[in-house]
Design a protein around this ligand. Structure first.
Ligand code: UDX
Length: 439
């Protein structure tokens, strides 16, 4: 099939590359000429494990190409995916100006039947708006489909190639036929392609993310209860996760969810609920809990140092909002850094991938280590904000040599409490009793 993808951000690039991998011819379109030049010359612009290899292969074999020209990019495409940014606009509502702007241009450019697909997470009713905008100028036949993505950063290629389900929102049989063919290679292992109306598809995406965010915030509150009641959240998590109705996944407490989806989508769903006159109370609480969870380690650190943080050096492992990505959008680490800087702390950070992005944002307001051990030298304490696997299995001898104070505040529970107790650390984590330094 011939496909166009408008927008070469994270979703667009993964979508375009994976569709070319199954033999389609894909043209990706972006207004950013520098980016298009880079991509055309084989330089990938995002960090996503496993993507580069597919990108290079399909580029070389001519199934994947990049252009700045919308007219050129869509000319022979049967399906046009819109993978455009929908940043939170005023009052948390998603800003649709990019999506509707391209829809307007498409109204001028269409000349035969094509399917236009909303791939970005967009508020319920957007497919109708896109259809209206195109139909103002183009009087021929076309369809607008909602096909939300459920990709997780770090495992996006796998999520795309082996989806749990594919949601297709369209009532047009012609569009359904095209999508059945397009997605056939991805659902061979038996997972469903679910056809539904556009609005249900749009809402399904928000509902999925909001539900997962709720699960996390719920566990973060249970973790707080564990600390106060002398229980252990790992035990509680295992006990409840064994119930298939609850499930084992997404029950890990920590310092809150971040990233480009959960915060934005929870806010947008709460906002659209308010717009239709329904106060979505659970989501209000989820957002509230997450805000406080992001900086939840700071009062603990404050207590440990009896309120005297001024001039201290604190090491920070992890800046990305989660492992295997360089993405720092809504990363809890950034909120912790701001809170510590406000107390006069010197922050020395290390992250395997995200340091360039943080340097761009914060410059030399903090300092950056060359590896995870160098930041520990002279540090009064270590905070762990992202559970990269290199942090889970450090060389403890190296760590001991660099880190005389042996005080850890772990926001991601990467170590076991007895292990740290035995190694002689003061160790506080989330939802578990602290390990004290043995005299
Ligand atoms: C998410 C959705 O999973 C994906 O389906 C959607 O398309 C986009 O948003 P992503 O933001 O890449 O994907 O990350 P994900 O792995 O879902 O984690 C989101 C956040 O939740 C991270 O900050 C992570 O640290 C946190 N999290 C996750 C927890 O705190 N506890 C958990 O048990 C799981």
């Amino acid at each position: 099939m011939k496909i166009a993808v408008v927008g070469t951000g994270y979703v667009g690039l993964v979508t375009g590359t994976c569709f070319s991998e199954t033999g389609n011819t894909v043209t990706c379109i972006d207004i950013d000429a520098r980016k298009v030049r880079k991509l055309s010359s084989g330089e990938i612009t995002i960090y996503e494990p496993g993507l580069e290899h597919l990108f290079q292969r399909n580029l070389k074999e001519g199934r994947l190409r990049f252009t700045t020209s919308l007219v050129d990019g869509i000319s022979d495409a049967q399906i046009i995916f819109l993978a455009l940014p929908t940043p939170p606009g005023k009052d948390g509502a998603a800003d649709l100006s990019y999506v509707l702007g391209v829809a307007d241009e498409l109204g001028n450019l269409l000349d035969d039947y094509k399917v236009i697909v909303d791939k970005s997470t967009v508020p319920v009713g957007t497919a109708d708006k896109v259809r209206e905008v195109i139909a103002r100028k183009y009087k021929g036949e076309f369809d607008v489909v909602s096909n939300p993505e459920f990709l997780r950063e770090g495992v996006a290629v796998d999520d795309f190639m082996k989806p749990d389900r594919v949601v297709i929102g369209t009532r047009s049989e012609r569009a359904q036929r095209l999508f059945r063919e397009l997605y056939a290679p991805f659902v061979r292992q038996g997972n469903p392609v679910l056809f539904m109306d556009e609005r249900s598809a749009e809402l399904a995406k928000y509902a999925a993310n909001a539900f997962l965010a709720t699960k996390i915030s719920f566990m973060n509150e249970i973790a707080r209860m564990c600390e106060l009641l002398g229980a252990d959240v790992d035990m509680v998590r295992r006990a409840i996760g064994s119930d298939e109705r609850i499930g084992k996944r997404f029950l890990f407490p920590g310092i809150g969810y971040g990233g480009s989806c959960f915060p934005k989508d929870v806010q947008a769903l709460a906002r659209s609920a308010a717009e239709v006159g329904y106060p979505f109370r659970i989501l209000e609480s989820v957002m509230h809990v997450n805000e406080s969870q992001k900086v939840y380690l700071v009062p603990k650190i404050m207590d440990y140092f009896k309120g005297r943080l001024q001039g201290r050096k604190i090491a920070l492992w992890g800046l990305a909002f989660k492992p295997n990505t360089d993405d720092i959008r809504e990363a809890p680490a950034l909120y912790i850094i701001e809170a510590l800087l406000a107390e006069g702390v010197h922050v020395h950070a290390f992250d395997p991938e995200a340091m360039p992005n943080v340097r761009q944002l914060l410059g030399d307001r903090i300092s950056y280590g060359t590896d995870q051990y160098s930041v520990l030298e002279d540090a009064d304490a270590l905070i762990i904000a992202t559970e990269w696997s290199v942090f889970r299995t450090p060389d403890f001898e190296k760590m001991d040599a660099a880190f005389a104070q042996k005080v850890i505040f772990d926001g991601r529970n990467v170590f076991e409490v007895p292990q740290m107790q035995a190694l002689g650390y003061y160790y506080e984590s989330v939802g578990r009793q602290p390990a004290a330094i043995l005299d």
